[in-house]
Design a protein around this ligand. Structure first.
Ligand SMILES: [Zn+2]
Length: 326
């Protein structure tokens, strides 16, 4: 069996480390713990800074950027910072940070200027942000989350203007449909240099869930040379069928130009203190940690060619980095 290098666009290791003071990045309680990343041949893992809509959101954003920086110091033999020349190598697991909710830049009450100041501080700590998702589940000052209905707000427009030309993608994985529409519309009409991706989302035509992409939005991401990272969470695949992961991936390859956009965004997060028993287990066993990508690629080989498998595993994300980072 081939051992593909893997690039994964989303995991929540940083907030796991923030919320669980005894947790370690090199433990096995977390699906994207270092031992799993190494065994799974993960060449690059995007580490999201996750925040909810709460008063302490901006503090938690900054703290997670410090946790990210400390990982690079504490695990210098294993993790390294990925740069614009990134290629999978033997030297370890590459890392790059991202922002899962712009609430991590400022809460609902602070002056918007704080968002830009905090963004600069976070960038100093993490070196680069692969992408910013404006929202998580809920609505915030930037727009509507995936369980909300609001579209793009004035603060969201200001943040998009600020991001233009800074090599930071906008992530549509947690938008309301209205926010996705408005971001696509605003970036296009204003001629902004902001790449568009969905870092960890599946397809609504395969499984009808608000976290999944409509065909129209998925096609627009593909047309803009973006990326779509397929998500391993059972709730977004199909509650009863692990094979649905393959259906989502094959569907993505079936979009016009989809072969250049499909990637992994497994979405490993800490499930230990999650309140909803209906979501147990969060992952099917064959998808439950970062060692599982190779088996998934093997299963896909009935349907996809070798070059399609490489595109999914790492080449599309590499191409995106090469064309968007300097
Ligand atoms: Zn998420």
């Amino acid at each position: 069996m081939r051992n593909f290098p893997i690039i994964d666009l989303h995991c929540d290791l940083l907030v796991y480390l923030l919320m669980n003071p005894d947790a370690r990045a090199d433990g096995t309680a977390f699906g994207a713990g270092l031992p799993y990343l190494q065994e799974g041949n993960v060449a690059l893992q995007v580490m999201a800074i996750y925040t909810a809509v709460e008063a302490e959101s901006s503090q938690k954003g900054i703290i997670q950027s410090v946790i990210y920086k400390n990982l690079l110091d504490d695990y210098a033999d294993s993790f390294y910072q990925a740069d614009a020349e990134f290629k999978p190598t033997e030297k370890g697991v590459g890392m790059v940070a991202s922002l899962e909710s712009a609430s991590g830049l400022c809460n609902e009450e602070e002056p918007l200027d704080n968002a830009f100041k905090n963004l600069e501080t976070i960038l100093e700590n993490v070196g680069r942000l692969f992408y910013i998702s404006f929202t998580h589940h809920a609505e915030n000052r930037f727009g509507g989350g995936n369980y909300a209905t609001a579209g793009l707000k004035k603060d969201g427009e200001a943040l998009l203007d600020y991001m233009s030309g800074k090599q930071i993608a906008i992530d549509l994985s947690h938008t309301s449909d209205a926010l996705a529409h408005d971001i696509l519309d605003y970036t296009y009409k204003s001629g902004l240099e902001v790449p568009v991706i969905a870092s960890h989302s599946n397809f609504r035509d395969i499984w009808d869930h608000p976290r999944n992409l409509t065909r129209e939005n998925a096609q627009e991401i593909v047309d803009r040379k973006g990326l779509i990272g397929v998500n391993f969470l059972r709730a977004f695949l199909n509650n009863d069928s692990p094979e649905a992961l393959l259906d989502h991936i094959n569907y993505g390859f079936g979009l016009s130009g989809g072969k250049e956009a499909m990637a992994f965004g497994a979405d490993f997060f800490y499930t230990g203190d999650f309140p909803d028993p209906a979501r147990l287990p969060y992952y099917f066993p064959q998808h439950e940690n970062a060692t599982k990508y190779q088996g998934i690629l093997e299963e896909l080989s009935d349907n996809l060619t070798e070059s399609q498998l490489s595109a999914l595993a790492h080449q599309n994300a590499e191409r995106f980095i090469a064309s968007n980072w300097k």
